[in-house]
Design a protein around this ligand. Structure first.
Ligand SMILES: Cc1ncc(C[n+]2csc(CCOP(=O)(O)OP(=O)(O)O)c2C)c(N)n1
Ligand SMILES: [Mg+2]
Length: 428
């Protein structure tokens, strides 16, 4: 009998979640419920959160699995806009593939792909205004791609080379692009949540018209920062759209460890009394429509929204991860909501606005474009090949005037370099 256990009571039991499938298992997702399109009709953007409770447990959908757009959430986008959306998603995938390979070639230390989740960064950004402020996690490089940020600069940052405007001070992929409304990515999960809500509160208190949008993974919702941000957003009716990209995995921990066995992630909204939507994250039109709805709601002082995108992380967590060690193979192929790129492509085919020839030509063009940008970036060096910012720069840009102790440390560092490389060594 365990210490403290009274004889007439059953021993307490701890529940430790366990994913349904492990390597070697045959994954079967037939238990995932995919409600009818418009099972819950599109509500008014100004409605009270209490009218929305059911939306946290449903699934906003627009595209059926034959590629037709249907129902009240259909954003009725122009074919030109749909083609731009597809192009952005394919460019993002080409960029991810190329940079993954660059890591395997030793040109950088680390990369993270967003394969299978492209809609959650591309379609959402297209539904925002250009000057709305985005607070991404490390998997929303699609925001930069969609906003037309320089691919070469992204690569410079990945290579920490002499062209990296962050001077090698950030981990690869932790971009910062304030001129493109892209807040510096932090490796400390979910810190961007209170920052986004604070930014939105400041925007409201100044009487500005810009809103904030923030993304995190489902695993990250277990952080305290997520919950304090939700409290502030609710209390001050902050103009912010809070998004959870539920890709089922947090490195090797399945979503159950963040609470998915009990309820949906969108249902967090109910407890805080704010609007919540659960969305098919692999349906680019549904993702666009939900973000547009929430952005309009925030912009008209109707308050924050929490959106969960139900999706699937098709590849490893990062280049340091091997999902074959902990999950069943073929999960993505069996994912009941398909692939967002394929679904948008199919939709454009069905409405007669795209065809295989144009698709193949564009894919080749974008692959070549990424290769050309990579060549340009590599002129500034790759990791460990000498072309980087001068070592002294690591002591700069914190204080307006460098204090004595940093001057001393810098001098010591230069002495050590000379001791190592010879007395003629000069900082570059
Ligand atoms: C505060 C903190 N805790 C833990 C980590 C280590 N870590 C990095 S990514 C990650 C998984 C996050 O998963 P999720 O939020 O689902 O995002 P995803 O990677 O799936 O996009 C963990 C645990 C961290 N970076 N910061
Ligand atoms: Mg995740």
């Amino acid at each position: 009998m365990a210490h403290g256990q009274r004889g007439n009571l059953p021993p307490l039991q701890l529940h430790v979640p366990e994913p349904k499938y492990r390597p070697g298992d045959e994954a079967d997702f037939s238990d995932i419920e995919v409600p009818e399109i418009d099972a819950l009709p599109r509500p008014d953007e100004g409605c009270h959160p209490s009218e929305l409770s059911a939306y946290s447990y449903g699934l906003v959908r627009v595209l059926d699995f034959d590629g037709a757009a249907k129902g009240g959430w259909n954003p009725h986008l122009d074919a030109d806009v749909l083609r731009v959306m597809l192009r952005n998603m394919i460019l993002l995938r080409a960029f991810d593939d190329r940079m993954f390979r660059a890591q395997r070639q030793g040109k950088t230390s680390f990369y993270m792909k967003s394969t299978g989740e492209e809609a959650t960064s591309v379609a959402t950004t297209m539904a925002l205004d250009k000057d709305d402020m985005c607070f991404p996690s490390y998997r929303q490089q699609g925001i930069l791609v969609t906003r037309g940020y320089s691919l070469t600069q992204m690569m410079n940052q990945i290579y920490s080379n002499s062209g990296d405007h962050l001077k090698g001070r950030q981990l690869p992929i932790m971009y910062s692009a304030p001129d493109h409304g892209y807040f510096s990515v932090s490796g400390n999960l979910t810190t961007q949540y209170p920052q986004a809500v604070g930014w939105a509160m400041a925007s409201a208190s100044k009487g500005d018209s810009r809103i904030a949008a923030v993304w995190c993974g489902e695993g990250s919702t277990a952080e305290g920062d997520f919950h304090s941000a939700m409290t502030f957003a609710a209390v001050y009716n902050a103009p912010v759209v809070m998004q959870i990209v539920n890709n089922q995995w947090a490195i090797s921990s399945f979503s159950g460890f963040a609470g998915a066995e009990r309820t949906t992630f969108a249902a967090r909204a109910v407890g805080y009394g704010i609007a919540g939507l659960r969305v098919d994250g692999n349906d680019p039109l549904a993702v666009y429509a939900a973000m547009r709805w929430a952005a309009d709601r925030a912009r008209t002082n109707n308050g924050p929204t929490l959106i969960e995108y139900f999706t699937y992380r098709a590849e490893g967590h990062s280049t340091s991860d091997d999902p074959h060690a902990y999950r069943a193979a073929q999960e993505f192929a069996k994912w009941p909501l398909g692939d967002p790129v394929e679904r948008l492509k199919q939709h454009l085919f069905v409405i007669g606005e795209w065809d295989e020839d144009r698709h193949a030509a564009q894919a080749a063009e974008l692959t070549d474009l990424v290769k050309a940008k990579q060549k340009e970036a590599e002129k500034n060096g790759t990791l460990g090949h000498g072309l980087h910012h001068p070592f002294e720069s690591m002591f700069e840009d914190v204080f307006e005037e460098q204090p004595w102790h940093l001057q001393e440390q810098c001098a010591q560092m230069l002495d050590e370099q000379r001791a190592k490389f010879g007395p003629d060594w000069e900082p570059k």
